[in-house]
Design a protein around this ligand. Structure first.
Ligand code: SF4
Length: 191
């Protein structure tokens, strides 16, 4: 119940958010895939056009590749809480979100992490990984985090290529899949 209320609070803050200039674009906010029971948090870069149409992250072409590869290699869809460093589409051509935009939006990810208390975070792409290292206390392999009760928890951190990179350079696909399989083997021992 506490979790649901806290999650609704995140939506209340960010559904109408005007904290950065991305709010000037007339697009829907993409907060997360709403899976408050997710044990594995995936953090990508920014929603794309398809995502902002439906308000759910990673549902476009690259998102489909990522979701298919994860579930095809053992991950359960119900275990995944998916979000991005920013909640607004950055516009035509998907320019990278600016540091000042991420800075305004990443509190949302910190709040989600506090609510969900995932056992694992997977950074999807370089921007997400660098952002995580910047905003979370970490030792590269683990994030240290304070939950809603004030307890310090440790979250295992992984990084993988962004699926849009795999779509552009298919030669990396096998390595990418092997990495996802390796993560699966390691993390499902934690549950
Ligand atoms: S990107 Fe985040 S901070 Fe910026 S307007 Fe959208 S919801 Fe608000």
């Amino acid at each position: 119940m506490k979790k649901i209320k806290a999650f609704e609070e995140v939506h209340k803050i960010y559904d109408q958010c005007k904290k950065c200039d991305l709010h000037l674009l007339p697009y829907k906010k993409v907060i997360s895939n709403n899976n408050i029971n997710g044990k594995i948090m995936l953090i990508g870069e920014a929603p794309g056009q398809t995502e902002q149409n439906v308000g759910i992250p990673f549902v476009g072409k690259s998102g489909e590749l990522l979701r298919f590869t994860l579930t095809n290699n053992g991950f359960k869809a119900n275990d995944l809480l998916i979000t991005n460093t920013v909640a607004c589409w950055t516009g035509i051509g998907n320019p990278k979100p600016l540091d000042k935009q991420i800075e305004k939006c990443f509190d949302r990810v910190l709040m989600l992490t506090m609510i969900i208390e995932p056992k694992v975070i997977i950074a999807v792409g370089k921007i997400a990984y660098e952002t995580i290292l910047k905003y979370f206390d970490n030792d590269l392999d683990y994030i240290t985090f304070q939950n809603m009760e004030g307890d310090i928890i440790k979250i295992k951190l992984y990084k993988i290529f962004h699926p849009s990179y795999i779509l552009r350079d298919n030669s990396k696909k096998n390595d990418w899949i092997e990495k996802i399989k390796k993560i699966y083997r390691e993390i499902y021992q934690l549950f």
